[in-house]
Design a protein. Structure first.
Lengths: 233, 233
DNA sequence: GTTATTAATATGTAGCTACATAATGAAGTC
DNA sequence: GACTTCATTATGTAGCTACATATTAATAAC
């Protein structure tokens, strides 16, 4: 039986992908129209479209109306990161999770935080510092600013029992999230809670979230030495 | 005119998303069947499916055949990172790109690299160390292992003119890519090229790529102090 | 009661049609 | 030549049907 069963969009995607990988189509080249590929492979255009959308999402090709489909000239490495709540991340690794509130107060909002919230005027915030533990050892030290104008409910929550991380993610879904990653040397503030020496290199995960344009929170998560962030694949 | 124009799948997605955000459906709740949502909104099931797939991709809901659609209990922060080739990244920031090959040799492959390549037997590799510059200042120091069994062509390339980064990405598309991010303190090897002091905190981007199961390359990209990795949103 | 079989059900996919939309290029106008 | 207008074209989307597939639930068999 040379006649194959009907093609799935994944089959089509893989065939197109293969023809890019084997240089049938090189970076910059134009691929045939969806309809022609469909004819050639003997499937519907909608199937080719589905395949092409996947390749386009993955950053392998670029599509433009009327312009057609081109193999991307400068392929990017596109990676998806899943950042779960810290408790779950620790538990998934098979470790025992622990949490400890360090302090909580209504400090003046620093200009830097106003800027990261993308606001022009200072607003009411609560600052919360806490430590997440894995197997009773420091795992992440978080320094968090919560906008109490946007999330007044947080004022009634006992953050020594439930982490702000967890409460927010369960009770205040965000519409926008900015992430940035960088490295800093542990200073007198961060070295203590993380039980490391001043000067150790720490990976910082900084996250800002909003509902619409209203800022919810900014967290700087200082991870303990040795922490690694992996892609989800 | 109360009768809206026909709904797009994005409209449908936004309506469902809104009803999750406003707690009409809370984490863990089951959403109506696609067909019922379609009836209610007055659109086709395929439109609801398209919307749902998007929400599912974004990590907001979970879908199972027969089981239906549920709002995710533990929402994850899902972020997409685009890592372009270094030259392009530098140029996009409006800086002048520079490249400098430090050395290139056929060193013995360390056990660690064999492991990261997910191989059991050692293989032939070439080690390439190079420096990427932004505005004539050190930007990224890369320490790279290239599997010459998989990519013998690299042996004929003059890597003092074109970076391995660039040549590989243009000539050897990969089928799989692993990324990891972590922080280390600059040591005697890394501090020099990056023109910083020993002990500075450096963000390291480590990338391993394969074609099928054949390893292509492992790079450790040591970024200069102050480097930040941002999500693409 | 436990297990195997079967039916029911919600999502997933393929194929088709029709039309919308964006971008290009050609033709016409000044 | 520079500009506008308009037709052309390839992808994008909505709607429909039919069937595939996974999973649960119900039923029958032991």
């Amino acid at each position: 039986m040379t006649q194959r069963a009907r093609l799935s969009w994944e089959d089509v995607r893989d065939q197109i992908k293969a023809s890019i990988l084997d240089r049938t189509y090189s970076p910059g080249d134009k691929l045939p129209r969806d309809a022609d590929i469909a004819d050639q492979l003997g499937c519907a255009r909608s199937t080719v479209q589905r395949a092409m959308r996947d390749l386009s999402d993955a950053g392998l090709v670029e599509r433009k109306r009327k312009g057609g489909t081109h193999v991307r000239v400068d392929p990017v490495t596109r990676a998806t990161l899943d950042i779960p709540i810290t408790r779950r991340e620790v538990e998934k690794r098979g470790s025992v999770y622990g949490y400890h509130l360090i302090d909580q107060n209504h400090a003046e909002i620093p200009r830097e935080v106003v800027g990261k919230f993308e606001q022009s005027e200072p607003m009411q915030v609560m600052r919360v510092r806490a430590l997440h533990l894995a197997d009773h050892k420091p795992h992440i030290y978080e320094d968090r600013w919560i906008c109490t104008d946007t999330v007044p409910e947080i004022l009634g929550i006992d953050l020594s029992r439930e982490s702000a991380n967890e409460w927010l993610v369960r009770n205040k879904p965000y519409t926008r999230c900015d992430l940035r990653f960088y490295a800093i040397s542990a200073n007198s503030e961060t070295a203590g809670p993380l039980d490391t020496e001043i000067g150790s290199a720490l990976l910082v995960i900084e996250r800002t979230t909003w509902i619409g344009t209203a800022p919810i929170t900014l967290v700087k998560a200082y991870t303990a030495p040795g922490y690694e962030l992996l892609t989800s694949n």
